[in-house]
Design a protein around this ligand. Sequence first.
Ligand code: F6P
Length: 500
Amino acid sequence: MGDAWAAVTGAERRTLADLFKAEPDRLSRFTVEEAGIRFDFAKTHLDQGLLDGFAALAEAQNLTGARDALFSGEKINVTEGRAAEHTAERGQGAPESVQRAQMLHSRMRALIDAIEAGAFGDIAHVLHIGIGGSALGPEFLIDALGRDAGRYDMAVVSNVDGAALEEALSRFDPTATLIVIASKTFTTSETMLNANSALDWLEEGGVDDPYGRVIALTASPEKAIEFGIDETRILPFSETVGGRYSLWSSIGFPVALALGWGGFEELLEGAAAMDRHFRLAPTLRNAPVLAAFVDRYYANVRGAETRGVFAYDERLRLLPSYLQQLEMESNGKSVTIAGEPVGRATSAITWGGVGTDAQHAVFQLLHQGTHLVPVEFLAVVEPDHAFTEEHHRQLLINCFAQGAALMAGKQADDPARSYSGDRPSTTLLLDRLDPSRLGALIAFYEHRTFVNAVLLGINPFDQFGVELGKEMAKAIDTPGALQFDPSTKALIERALGAVA
Ligand code: F6P
């Protein structure tokens, strides 16, 4: 493996302009069209030599074997001793897991039918309570696709700050509200506190049987029963589906409610198309694999610490937050699967925003700053609003101009007005934003994250890094449990009035 890394780290560095001159077929070799999305990696510094180098690294890291193990339901999440079966939710995986996922989807569908048939009364509002993977996916999808669905007024509340719940509930009528509690473990303290407060709100609002208005989405149904929710209103999903990979499972319930079952199925089918592409396309025509090569090149060869994601589409404004969890919780690790120090940079820090707004805020640094930031642009060919076409034309013009400007740069006599250029970007162009394309896009990001992990030799499916903070919070809540440092102790005393 050392040699394979040496081949990519030691490769000759050429400018983007040189690469376009030297490789006349560059555009076709660095562009992949799949599932209604054009993936353009041409404005990155990868050349044929680097592609071959990364392909050799992928082979040395047994990417093919790792991918087969993912799709066949092997226990690749070794630290937690389980498989990672999110693809089974979209019909791509071990037959028994696919069957189980389909059975659980049928339960989901039946409950949606019951809600639509009025089994819960006249429901106008849906409050989805969850955090991390139990909130970010549903929130992103509802925001991106559910805007015009108009089926229910929905809110997703994750923060334990009561202000979040207060804001959401202020526009809801308790007698017409359904509460959805989403938690894989059904122990997450923020979610449980928000759930209890929402139940109190229902009761105070005159609902006779508040628990009868609650639906639980969980891989721990026994905990939901203990909490007081009737089994008929619990939608389980498999323990082998990781939290940040769970929007395809019953965690996607509010999405299915917002889009209708047909829309949810299209989402799954779009993801399945990307699964098939990832499984079957050759390495150098494989979008998630090429994207991961780009990621590793900038992180490990050029020392880029971050990756900027800018969607030129208001509907995708929550994409950066969704990707932050997917990429940083998956690959923000320091040890390999074997427990050895990984020895090179792992996940980049994912950040971003929406175009064109970001142009007037952070793009100064992208064009003239001292940090190398590989940028990812996303755009959608078809608009979806009632205003003149000029809005969308301007949006797309701006998106393409930014990528071109980053690459071309511009020299001026005044250094303050000069642009170095040669700054890399990738562009993902969706022909339209519908459940199928968005499913494919999210599956692309999942597989890209997986390939990054395989190249690094790390496990992307655990997240022990989040545990220590949770333990410390418990210790603060249990006076005397732990001796805190003077700074923390003073803060606790000042704000909470108790000495830990
Ligand atoms: O604290 C991190 C985490 O475990 C995430 O991985 C997960 O998505 C989130 O918390 C929520 O967990 P749960 O779905 O069990 O409430």
